[in-house]
Design a protein around this ligand. Structure first.
Ligand code: C2E
Ligand code: CA
Ligand code: CA
Length: 658
């Protein structure tokens, strides 16, 4: 294409140059014709072109040789004159010639001082002949000087050649007219040709230019499209992102098509990433987005609100208010999701903004919905909806963190103990230490009010160390009184297990409190357990084992791991979550879960502790299934050191402990 273009351009440039020079020649020739007409009368303003002289000269050379000496002399003289004029003209092209330049005419005068008529006649004949040769051979236009020559001579001879002059003049006028019309035609043809050439040239320039521009434009458009896509759509799921959704709302014909903004946060993406592997996280998000699509009405607008967050713009109220729908949404969203060859259980956190979403307030509403989701982390039955006080509740959280720090300094965190019983006998066989925050004014703060914030801020680690110290002290006190508390379980936060000197710290606590033989069980949740491939956690747990601790999997069944992924876990005890036990009488599903877990424990040869047993029926049901231990209000509630001590004493008195 480029080569063809260059070739065509060169050809057209050549054509243009050719037409330019032809035009120039025509113009000069026309000017010469005009000059011819005038120079016959006024020599001083001739601007003739040399080429015209050369045509005269050319013609003169073709005059036949003659036997007459005079004729030869005239011919030679004439040619000399013409050559001189020709040479002179070459030097003085387009210059005004003065009369002196034509001094060669004097030679004629001198030569033929008083020549006979026959000579002038001969000369006249020659001139006419020359004109004929020029015209016949199409040598161009006869020179004016040729004409002038006899005119001068005629003047010298008192007008004897006047007839010949006027005849020549007439003839030349005719030639001029002919030549003029010929030139006119050529001129027109050339003008037309030039216009075509210019048009072709323009076409040649503009067509590739236009194509090139078109290509650039297409590339620009696709780059723009790509950039627009990246800026407005989530690359993982293809859903619009926040800025994309703002644009979509903006372009809606109705001003406020959406009432609420529901935020769906996935809390356990780290765990999911560990299960499916980070490269498959994209698939997880896409699958999860599909699941979200299937929830509620198709009028809603789904978008990606953040790394682990989706947003749904709701057109109506049911999803945000109706409790039945909400729990069903949570159930649907949190149910098992196959990703590649793994099964994951997304843990979702929901929050809803205040009403009326516009493109202007979407970002604010997003913050509102997030706040609602944060403030009510434990909400089970309804989606927390933003209220104005929530903004201050975040500030409250900061205040709480500060209070927790003070509480640590004042050693306000103490263990309450909930005695666990042997499932068969109902006798005490161990206990779980549960944290209570006993504030200086005597207020006892339950775990759900501060544990989530303590975990979020990392303070939970120090709280647990403080508790362990107290557990060791309490254990030592019971032992020294001859009481047997059995194994004491404590809840280990993930951050604690990740501490580098985890083992040494436990050892130091037990040694400094002289409770080195305190039999401790370490409780971890499913999510922590799923992080077992994390080196730090595996190391901490095997360190715990070296100290004689048993590892218990807490709240089993509520987490997000599949049954199969739990099977391979290196734990000694499985604790069935109380939510299943409490629903056993009403839900056959819950009953099935309890039955299955107890059977699983038996098959895997693990201890099974059923939590939340509040009735005799629940106890008997679990006992008959073959669970190992029971932890529940039916037997014991969590209680402070002294109360537990009394319980242990009375059990011992009755001979029940073992
Ligand atoms: P958890 O580890 O599952 O502890 C068992 C919870 O179930 C305790 O609640 C206990 O009082 C309650 N419970 C036991 N039997 C029954 C029953 O029959 N009916 C009912 N309704 N509840 C029963 P608590 O003490 O309020 O603790 C709540 C949660 O707070 C704990 O659940 C645990 O996740 C967390 N927590 C408590 N202490 C600590 C701690 O020292 N460290 C950490 N990381 N978390 C703690
Ligand atoms: Ca526990
Ligand atoms: Ca539990």
């Amino acid at each position: 294409m480029t080569v063809a273009y260059i070739f065509a351009t060169v050809v057209l440039c050549g054509a243009l140059l050719f037409s330019y020079f032809t035009m120039k020649r025509i113009l000069i020739e026309q000017a010469s014709l005009y000059a011819f007409g005038t120079s016959t009368n006024e020599l001083s303003i001739t601007i003739r072109d040399t080429s015209l002289y050369s045509s005269d000269l050319k013609a003169a050379k073709e005059l036949p040789d003659s036997n007459s000496r005079l004729e030869e002399k005239i011919k030679i003289q004439m040619m000399t004159a013409l050559e001189r004029v020709s040479a002179l003209k070459k030097e003085t092209t387009a210059r005004l010639l003065s009369l002196q330049d034509y001094s060669y005419y004097k030679d004629f005068h001198n030569m033929f001082n008083s020549p006979p008529d026959s000579i002038w006649h001969k000369l006249d004949q020659y001139v006419n002949r020359l004109h004929e040769i020029i015209i016949d051979n199409n040598y161009g236009t006869p020179g004016a000087d040729l004409l002038w020559l006899p005119v001068e001579a005629t003047a010298a001879k008192n007008g004897t050649l006047g007839k010949s002059y006027s005849a020549a003049l007439e003839r030349l006028q005719m030639i001029i007219a002919e030549r003029s019309s010929h030139l006119d035609k050529t001129h027109k043809r050339l003008t037309f040709f030039s216009v075509i050439v210019v048009m072709l040239e323009l076409l040649l320039i503009f067509y590739p230019l236009k194509r090139q521009l078109g290509k650039v434009n297409t590339r620009l458009l696709s780059a723009h499209k790509k950039l627009y896509n990246q800026a407005n759509y989530d690359q993982q799921t293809g859903l619009p992102n926040t800025s994309g959704v703002i644009k979509q709302i903006h372009s809606q014909p109705s001003e406020q098509p959406y009432l609420y903004l529901l935020i769906v946060g996935i809390e356990n993406t780290d765990t999911i990433s560990r299960i499916v592997g980070p490269p498959s996280l994209d698939i997880f998000f896409t699958e999860f987005a599909n699941r979200l699509h299937s929830v509620d009405s198709s009028d809603n607008l789904l978008f990606r609100a953040g790394d682990n967050e989706f947003g749904i713009l709701l057109t109506h109220q049911t999803l945000s208010d109706d409790t039945a729908t909400v729990s069903s949404i949570q159930k649907v969203l949190g149910s098992k999701l196959p990703v590649n060859n793994s099964i994951v259980y997304p843990k979702v956190r929901l929050g809803c903004s205040g009403t009326k979403i516009t493109s202007e307030n979407l970002l604010d509403k997003l913050i509102d919905a997030r706040l609602a989701a944060q403030v009510y982390e434990a909400a089970e039955f309804r989606i927390p909806k933003y209220e104005s006080y929530m903004r201050s509740s975040i500030e409250d959280e900061n205040i709480l963190v500060e209070k927790l720090r003070n509480g640590l300094t004042n050693r306000e965190f103490v263990p309450y103990y909930q005695i666990k019983v042997d499932a068969n006998t109902g006798y005490a066989c161990g206990m779980e230490a549960l944290c209570r925050w006993v504030q200086t004014d005597g207020t006892i703060v339950p775990p759900f009010e501060f544990i989530p914030v303590a975990e979020k801020s990392g303070i939970i680690t120090e709280i647990t160390w403080q508790l362990l110290e107290q557990i060791a002290i309490d254990y030592k006190a019971w032992i020294s009184q001859g009481l047997n508390p059995g194994r004491i379980a404590f809840n280990a936060a993930e951050s604690m297990l990740r501490e580098i000197n985890f083992l040494n710290r436990i050892k130091t606590i037990l040694e400094s409190t002289e409770a080195s033989h305190c039999p401790l069980d370490l409780e971890i949740t499913e999510n922590v357990a799923l992080g077992l491939e994390s080196e730090a956690i595996t190391k901490a747990l095997s360190a715990a084992r070296t100290l004689g601790m048993e590892i218990a999997l807490d709240d089993f069944g509520t987490g997000y791991a599949s049954l199969s992924s739990i099977v391979g876990l290196d734990v000694d005890i499985i604790k069935v979550d109380k939510s299943f036990v409490s629903k056993m009488s009403t839900s056959s599903d819950s009953r099935t879960v309890v039955v299955t877990i107890i059977h699983l424990c038996q098959q895997l040869n693990k201890k099974c502790v059923v939590e939340g047993v509040e009735t005799r029926e629940e106890w008997e049901f679990c006992r008959d299934l073959g669970c190992t231990e029971i932890q529940g209000y039916y037997f014991h509630r969590p209680a402070p050191f002294l109360d537990v001590q009394e319980a242990l004493i009375s059990e011992q008195r009755l001979g029940k402990t073992g």
